[in-house]
Each structure stands twice: as C-alpha cells, then as structure tokens.
Design a binder for this molecule. Structure first.
Ligand SMILES: [Ca+2]
Length: 453
C-alpha cells in the first residue's frame, strides 16, 4: 500500500494482446497498403504509438518469457521456440507478471497460446494465472505440418485450465472463441482489478479465420486473419466500454516477433525493415506496439527504443506492485509513455538469439551486427498457400554498424566510418558477454540463471 497519504486510486486493469508473427507493416496505422485495421488504428490515434518497440527475441517462447518476467530470456535460461515434448519452464524462482499482479489482488487470465511449458508443472495456472483457455505451444506443431508432419505426432489440444477439452483439427473458430472467453473474463471481473493476457495463436501459420472473415477482404487469407484479430480488439474495447472499465484499463497490442517470410502469401510484412522472424535484423524484432490508457495517457508517437522486457517493471510502477529481488533487464518506461521524458531509459538493447548467441546491439541511433549466419530469402519469393520455401544462410563475417535514423533498412555498413561509436558498442558487447555469455565467442555468462527443470 502507498504510504504517501494520497487518496488511494482504483488500480488499473491490464489487457495485454499479443499477436503471433505479426510484422511491423501489417496494420494500416503502421503502413499496410491492403490490410485495414480500423480498431487498432483508432487505438493508435487515441493512445501511444511506439515506432521503435522491439520483441526481445525473434522467436516465440523466448519473446514471451521476456514479457512475462522482465528479463532477457537468456538471463533466465530460456531460448528458442519449444516443441510439445519440451519439459522445462520458467523457473519458480522467477516472479512472473501474472504472479506479481496476483500478489497485488488482481485476477489473472490467459486466453490464447502459452508456449512456456508443456508439462503440467509449467502450465500457466502454475505461473500466476487463475484461468487458462487455449493451446500450450504453436498451432503448427501438429501432424498437419506442411514440411515435418512426423515431427509432431501429438494431438494439438485445446485446454481449459489444466484439462484438455478438445483436439483441434479445424482452428477456424479459435480467434473468435478466445475473444469470447476474454470478454467473459472481463465481465466476471468487472468489480475487481484484472490482468487479461490474450496471446492470439494467429497469424502464425497455419492461418485460420472464422467463416465471418474467411475470404471477406478479397486480399487473401493473411489479410482476413489480421482483420479478424483487429475485430477481436474492437470487441474487447467494446466490452470494457460497456462495463465502464475503459478509462481505467491499460490495453497493449503488440506482436511476439516479425513475419515468417518463407511462408510468402501466408506471412506478414516487415515493411522497409530488413528480413523477418528468426533474425535480429530490424524486420525480425521491430513490431507494432500500441498502448491505450485513457485516464493517464494522451496520444503520442514515440520513436525511442524500448523492448518487451520493459512491461513488468512498468506495470509494477503503474500498479504499485512488488517486484522480486532478482536482477532483471527491463526498465520502467512510464515516464517515456506519459511524456515526462523524451528519452528511453536504455543505454543499449541486447539482441540474443538461438541458444545464447549475441547477434546485435542497439545503442541510441546505432545498431551493430555481430558475426554469425542468418537466414534469408535473398530476394526470392516466399511460399504459397501455407507451404514455405527454404531459406538460405547468409554470413555476417565481421562486425557491421548501421545508423537506424539515416538507414533504417540496415543497408549501409558504416563500421569503418565511425570507429568511436563502433568501439563504444563493442565495449557494451564485452560487458554483455561477461554478464550473460555468448556462445558465438565462447563467453560463459556470470549472471545467467537456471531454467525451471
Ligand atoms: Ca511468434
């Protein structure tokens, strides 16, 4: 409780909507020329629109771990996207966002895709969520996988809390049903503070839209799917308004990583940004992010770099919740969102990928790319109708430096032109390697913590 003597305010509700593999340029308010997203566009006009918001990693499980713990996922032993047989989870020693808010009197619900543990010990209901409706891992980890059907013999199961209630064969109604469950949760909790987490399994392939949306845009199934997600956001906002909750509710909409470009017409777009999911070029990690909180936030467009690790400390600040003693990497970005400062609290943002490999660092306007291989279509078209094409692997042979203000497409390597900047970032990289390790250079991290086993 606050000791300031101020009249205590009703704590705000938090609604966090996460799309899966949605690219930077997939919303009309972020530059899509053929997908219309009126509800999200209105949210961006009324609230805060972030234009340099980053997923912590360009892959599902790791990116989600960052949102829910405030740490770089590799700090807490979490890497990659987990398959159905994966038996680890977020270590119980970590305080999740759901646990933090639950400790502060919030009701907590997750409706959608978890992807942070497939064994019961690590289900969402063991990590701070009162309620769960959805799937435990990605919607393509099933026997209808277009390339590797034998890799996923398990049934893709729809869960209610800890109980499987249905094998999913047709996923067409999933977005709609997740929205229905979310609205039910809002109505059941309208008299108490709540945290509603809606990680949609779409637009991750295989794409599915309900009969109300399938074929309706005339722009292809991907556009239909995004249109349905936008409509879902509209329905959630409407439910909040109907229950007089809108003013004191923080709604966030973002994506867990950039588009899966090898799927071609079933993938999103990163717009001008280079590459997509599975790389730490801008297209893999820079994603849309919109925040609406009518009571406290005015409209603002913010281009300062922030990341998925920032939600936990920011929500702790806004809700006066207690964080754990564990060291985390995220920062409270409330002063930036509310206009009390125009600077990001981050000196640098680290981009790790695969198993603890340091691929990139952003420092201010600059981004350095470190030597490794990354996947690319190298200008070829992606696949069609749900069948991907193969990526090629490109090397980065030496450190490369880009100025994201003059060159947001990361095309012009200016490493030799700015040796002082390069040295500064290389020093940051050395510190990162000392703290968190880097498999590419053989560095053991001094601060990494254990995954839950
Ligand atoms: Ca994803």
């Amino acid at each position: 409780m606050s000791c300031s003597g101020e009249k205590s305010e009703t704590p705000p509700n938090i609604v966090f909507i996460l799309a899966d593999d949605l690219g930077y340029a997939d919303l009309s308010s972020y530059g899509s020329s053929f997908i219309n997203t009126p509800y999200l566009d209105q949210m961006a006009e009324q609230g805060v629109k972030l234009t340099s918001y980053y997923a912590a990693q360009p892959v599902c499980s790791a990116s989600r771990a960052a949102i829910l713990t405030g740490s770089y996922p590799n700090r807490i032993g979490i890497h990659n996207a987990w398959g159905p047989k994966w038996e680890s989870g977020i270590n119980y020693d970590e305080l999740t966002l759901a646990e933090m808010l639950k400790n502060n009197g919030y009701k907590t619900g997750i409706f959608g895709k978890w992807h942070l543990g497939s064994v019961e010990k690590y289900f969402p209901t063991k990590q701070g969520f009162d309620e769960f409706y959805g799937i435990l891992y990605s919607n393509d980890m099933w026997r209808f996988h277009p390339e590797y059907p034998d890799a996923f013999p398990e049934d893709l199961l729809l869960y209610q809390n800890e109980t499987p209630i249905q094998e999913l064969i047709d996923q067409s109604d999933l977005t709609k049903n997740i929205t229905d469950e979310s609205i039910k949760f809002i109505e059941e909790n309208k008299n108490n503070p709540f945290f509603l987490y809606v990680p949609h399994p779409q637009p991750h392939v295989p794409l599915f839209a309900s009969s109300d949306f399938n074929g309706k845009t005339g722009e292809g199934l991907y556009a239909d799917v995004i249109t349905e997600i936008d409509y879902s956001v509209g329905r959630i906002i409407e439910a909040l308004e109907k229950n007089n909750l809108s003013d004191n509710t923080i709604i966030v909409f973002t994506s867990d990583n950039g588009p899966w470009l090898s799927y071609g017409d079933h993938a999103g777009s990163s717009g001008i940004y280079r590459e997509g999911k599975g790389t730490t070029w801008e297209g893999g990690v820079r994603v849309p992010c919109i925040i609406k909180y009518p009571k406290k936030l005015n409209h603002r467009v913010i281009d300062e770099p922030v990341m998925g690790i920032d939600w936990l400390p920011t929500f702790a600040n806004i809700t006066n919740s207690q964080m754990s003693e564990n060291k985390i990497d995220g920062k409270n970005i409330w002063p930036l969102l509310s206009g009390n400062t125009d600077k990001t609290p981050h000196e640098k943002l680290l981009f790790y990928y695969r198993v603890n490999e340091l691929h990139s660092i952003r420092m201010g306007d600059w981004k350095m790319q470190f030597p490794r291989k990354y996947r690319s279509l190298n200008g070829r078209d992606g696949g069609k109708d749900g069948m991907p094409v193969k990526y090629e692997m490109n090397p980065v042979d030496a450190n490369e430096l880009y100025n994201l203000i003059n060159d947001p497409e990361e095309k012009i390597n200016v490493y030799n032109k700015y040796p002082k900047i390069a040295k500064q970032i290389e020093d940051l990289a050395d510190n990162a390697r000392f703290e968190l390790g880097d498999r590419l250079t053989g560095a053991e991290g001094a601060e990494n913590r254990e995954i839950g086993k």
